[in-house]
Each structure stands twice: as structure tokens, then as C-alpha cells.
Design a protein around this ligand. Structure first.
Ligand SMILES: Cc1cc2nc3c(=O)[nH]c(=O)nc-3n(C[C@H](O)[C@H](O)[C@H](O)COP(=O)(O)O)c2cc1C
Length: 334
């Protein structure tokens, strides 16, 4: 019933893209989401081409479903970007970009490797630029979203503008944590959703247990948008739990903990106000590290398998859409 132009294009059975939630978006999480019928995303930011290949092979060994690769361009070295994207495109169904102006040359490289291309955008202008650059679908991210965002308006106003501006399928992102919210944006004409915060609490995610506990305890009003965790990337706004912002501000000292690289075993200090995703590979003053969280955080009530999150959201959305008299099938714009 929830078939849309997005599900048809990407080959999913449900209109859900798991957001690339930094280090939490492991091959294991992406494969679990893909197995449940969604588009599972692996975060590749900073990885060299050979590691990109390894991560995608790992995910594809577990699921033959739709697996995508994500590049957070703020942190990608321009000199190696083409090689990294080419490596990803050979194995990923979708190559996804965020946090830079849409770049037709990157889209071309991904297409040449056989992948579809998506770009997360935060304004109508950026959506037009992404469509003009050749992207196959677009994600409209409102300021309700967890993690980083370049936008200044809420999801509904943005979705409204983007749906009118472009012809390609559009996913809605930011603050969607329930089946009701999923149903609402589908009814508004979106072709699907991109969901981040809910998947941080998935069993298969790499999130630190204390970060997950904080999300479970939080309400939407406990999140705040600001630029506290901006040590290396000043002027990059983000939404996180207010408690982590307060703890970082109150912390005495420059180093809040340590990251232990799970592959090499290398230990790297985590600095106060550093941008990172708090995975289980981090130790120290966890509470003073960024607890990225969207206004969807009210939907995080327990640790669940990713498939259960997908089924919960889609089951409730289907019921509501039926109750509201929607026939289902491809979204209204198609
Ligand atoms: C922990 C976390 C890490 C994130 N990291 C990224 C990232 O690396 N790249 C990206 O495009 N978006 C990232 N996002 C934002 C998502 O793409 C998406 O816009 C957002 O999660 C949607 O809002 P929601 O969290 O309310 O579902 C992140 C979000 C969270 C919660």
C-alpha cells in the first residue's frame, strides 16, 4: 500500500530511507533496514576507497535489498572525492550527498558507476540545483532534524516549496518519528521519508548505550538547535539534546574522552565541542559529547531491532492512510 515513486525507483518495499547517522550507520544497520524493505545507508565520510568497498560488501553479504552509501561533503577531501564516489557507486544502489552545493560532476561519477544519486537539501533553491545537477531523488530536510542542517525553515514549509519546484521524487526528513508523521508527509505528496533519530536506538546501530538511554528519556522540547559542537567546523548548525550541550559547556578541560578505532585499535582523543557521533567505540565523559537528536525523539521509547522500527512506522501509517481515505499506491504527485 505504501508504494511510491521512490520505492519503485530504488526497489524498496517501504518508503523509508534510514538516514546516514554518522558512525551509527554501520553495514549491519543498513543491511537490517534493507532486509526490512527500506533503503539502508552506510556512512562513508572519511573512508578511503578500499574501506568503502569492504563496508558495502559487508552490508551486501547480509542483505540483497537496497543499500546506499553516504558522503557528508563538509568532511570529504575534494582531491579524493571522485575516487571514493566511484568506489561506492560500483556496489551501492544509491549514492547520497549532503552539506555542499549540488555538484553535477559528483552526480556524473556516481551515475557512471551505475548508482542512483540523492542529495539532501534544505531550501527550494538547493532542491532546484540538485535536480538540475541530475539527482534521481531529493531529500528535503527541515530544521526539526537531528544532527547537522543547513536550513532555516521547518519541514512542512520546505516540503511544500520543494514539491512544487522539482519533478523528481522527494523524501521528507526532520522530526518524523511515528507512523502518523510518516502518513502525514505521504498524504502531503512526499514519496517517502528519511529517518535518523529513531534508528540511533536500533539494536543494530553502533550507538553508545548511554547516548541511547538519553534519547529514550528525552522529549522533543529537550532538543536544541545551535552550533556548540563546532570545534573543527564553525558555523555548521545542528540539533542535539540540550543536556549534552550544557554538559559540554560545563566541562573543565580540553579532552572529553577517547575514540578507539575498531579496525586499527588506534586511540584518538575526543576534544570538547568536537563534532562526532557517540558510538560504542568512544569512552570518557559521554554526556558532554554531542547527542544528536531530532524533534522525532519522542518516538524513541526503547531499543528495538531496525526491522521492528520499520514495521511499526509503516503499519501505523498504512492504517491511518486507510482511515483517511487514501487508496495508497504511488504518491499523489505521480
Ligand atoms: C546521529 C545523527 C547523525 C547524523 N549524521 C548525518 C550525516 O552524517 N549525514 C547526513 O546527511 N545527515 C546526518 N544526519 C541527519 C539525517 O540525514 C536526517 O536529516 C535527520 O536524521 C532527520 O531527522 P530525524 O533525526 O528527526 O529523523 C544525522 C542525524 C542524526 C540523528
Amino acid at each position: 500500500m505504501l508504494k511510491t515513486r521512490f520505492t519503485q525507483l530504488v526497489g524498496c518495499t517501504v518508503p523509508i530511507q534510514q538516514a546516514p547517522i554518522g558512525g551509527c550507520a554501520s553495514p549491519r544497520l543498513a543491511a537490517a533496514v534493507a532486509e526490512a524493505g527500506g533503503l539502508g545507508m552506510v556512512s562513508m565520510t572519511g573512508d578511503p576507497p578500499d574501506l568503502i568497498t569492504v563496508k558495502l560488501d559487508q552490508a551486501r553479504r547480509t542483505s540483497a535489498g537496497a543499500i546506499g552509501a553516504h558522503f557528508f561533503l563538509l568532511m570529504v577531501d575534494a582531491a579524493s572525492a571522485h575516487d571514493c564516489v566511484a568506489a561506492a557507486a560500483e556496489r551501492a544502489r544509491v549514492v547520497d550527498f549532503f552539506y555542499a552545493d549540488p555538484d553535477p560532476t559528483l552526480v556524473e561519477v556516481a551515475h557512471a558507476g551505475g548508482a542512483l544519486v540523492s542529495w539532501q537539501v534544505c531550501s527550494e533553491e538547493e532542491a532546484r540545483a540538485a535536480a538540475d545537477a541530475g539527482c534521481d531523488f531529493i531529500i528535503a530536510q527541515g530544521i526539526e532534524a537531528g544532527g547537522h542542517g543547513r536550513g532555516r525553515i521547518g519541514l512542512l514549509a520546505l516540503l511544500d516549496a520543494v514539491l512544487s519546484a522539482v519533478e523528481v521524487p522527494v523524501l521528507a526528513a526532520g522530526g518524523i518519528g511515528s507512523g502518523r508523521a510518516l502518513a502525514a508527509v505521504l498524504a502531503a505528496g512526499a514519496d517517502g521519508v528519511r529517518i535518523g533519530t529513531r534508528f540511533v536506538a536500533a539494536e543494530e546501530a553502533e550507538a553508545h548505550p548511554r547516548y541511547v538511554e538519553a534519547l529514550i528519556a528525552a522529549q522533543p522540547t529537550d532538543t536544541v538547535r545551535g552550533d556548540t559542537f563546532a570545534l573543527d567546523y564553525p558555523g555548521a548548525p545542528h540539533r542535539a539534546l540540550r543536556s549534552s550541550v550544557a554538559a559540554a559547556e560545563a566541562f573543565q578541560g580540553d579532552v572529553v574522552g577517547e575514540f578507539v578505532d575498531p579496525t586499527s585499535g588506534d586511540r584518538v582523543p575526543v576534544r570538547r565541542f568536537q563534532k562526532l557521533t557517540v558510538t560504542r567505540h568512544v569512552t570518557g565523559a559521554i554526556e558532554a559529547m554531542p547527542h544528536w537528536a531530532g524533534e522525532s525523539v519522542g518516538g524513541v521509547t526503547r531499543v528495538q531491532p531496525a526491522a521492528e522500527i520499520v514495521h511499526e512506522l509503516t503499519g501505523e501509517a498504512e492504517q491511518l492512510l486507510r482511515r483517511w481515505g487514501h487508496e495508497g499506491g504511488p504518491s499523489a504527485r505521480s
